[in-house]
Write a protein that binds this ligand. Structure first.
Ligand code: CP
Length: 314
């Protein structure tokens, strides 16, 4: 019986099984215990070199991968497209092959083009981890979201999770839909008609998928509401009348928390306060946004460790 991951890379959650997701979450919980110790470092990835290739801006993912690598004692190198030879016209393939020629083992990549991490696997021998590719997938975000949900509920299976906002342009939504359905959650996606996907792939998974453009319908009976940022940078034109009207119709506000008493609120960040979430909701005790960020380090340690092929977490 295979007790590790069935994959060599983490490109997305679309083909990760429930067993693999459970393994990543369980390993993340073990690493989280290490992060709560006075000395938050283990020698697990000593001798392994990881390059963080960020072609797009990031606060949470980038810092969290870097911290995870340092906590595991890996050697890390950070690359930003700005200030690199990409600005002189060097391609992704040439950039990656030149970096690999310096003997690296793992690459964490964020890129504005969907499929860039998949392409990298054809250019380099290193293990590739997707840190967000365009509007395609952001698998470690969905994994840290599932870890955060599992901290509050006994099981992901049968849970009602509503994802609200700009689903069309969201890699976070896509990875969460794959991951949550695989784990048996019932997912509702909600947003203005113009921000919902026209075609949803047929996903033969344990959970069910429902679509609505009425927020009240999405929140009724819901355990977890995950709000998403309106991604103006990925919209060629305005797809809804105004931010104020968006907030009125799709923003989660205090009256929603008062009405739906058991609901917890999540957001992958960065948050536009007063748009997808009222500012008081962001700071409310039932918002677990900073727990998500904390869990990000443990989840990324887990993914790095499991894909590194090392035999023991400590
Ligand atoms: N959630 C997320 O991906 O945030 P960053 O863009 O700051 O990494």
């Amino acid at each position: 019986m295979n007790t590790g991951l069935d994959h060599r890379h983490l490109l997305g959650l679309s083909d990760y099984s429930a067993r693999e997701i459970n393994l990543i979450l369980e390993t993340a919980r073990r690493f989280r215990d290490i992060l709560n110790r006075p000395i938050k470092k283990v020698p697990t990835l000593r001798g392994i070199t990881v390059v963080n290739l960020f072609f797009e801006s990031s606060t949470r993912t980038r810092i969290s991968f870097e911290l995870a690598e340092k906590r595991l004692s890996a050697d890390t190198v950070n690359f930003s497209a700005s200030g690199s030879s990409v600005s002189k016209g060097e391609s992704l393939k040439d950039t990656a092959q030149n970096i690999e020629a310096m003997k690296i083992d793992m690459v964490v990549v964020r890129h504005e083009s969907p499929g860039a991490p998949h392409f990298l696997t054809q250019c380099v021998d290193a293990v590739v981890i997707n840190a967000g590719d365009g509007a395609h997938e952001h698998p470690t975000q969905a994994l840290l979201d599932m870890l955060t949900i599992s901290d509050r509920f006994d099981s992901l299976s049968g849970l009602n999770v509503s994802i609200v906002g700009d689903i069309l342009h969201s890699r976070v939504a896509r990875s969460n839909i794959h991951g949550l359905l695989t784990m048996g959650a019932n997912v509702t996606i909600c947003g203005p008609q113009s921000l919902l996907p026209v075609h949803l792939e047929k996903m033969p998974r344990a959970g069910s998928l429902r679509i609505t453009n009425r927020l009240e319908e999405a929140l009724e009976g819901c355990d977890v509401a995950m709000a998403l940022r309106i991604q103006l940078e990925r919209q060629g034109r305005s797809l809804f009348p105004s931010m104020r009207e968006y907030h009125e119709q799709f923003g989660i506000q205090m009256h929603h928390l008062d009405r739906y008493k058991d609901l917890i609120v999540m957001h992958p960040g960065p948050v536009n306060r007063g748009v997808e979430l009222a500012s008081e909701v962001v700071d409310h005790e039932r918002a677990v946004i900073l727990n998500q960020v904390t869990n990000g380090v443990a989840v990324r340690m887990s993914v790095l460790y499991l894909l590194s092929g090392q035999s023991s977490p400590e």
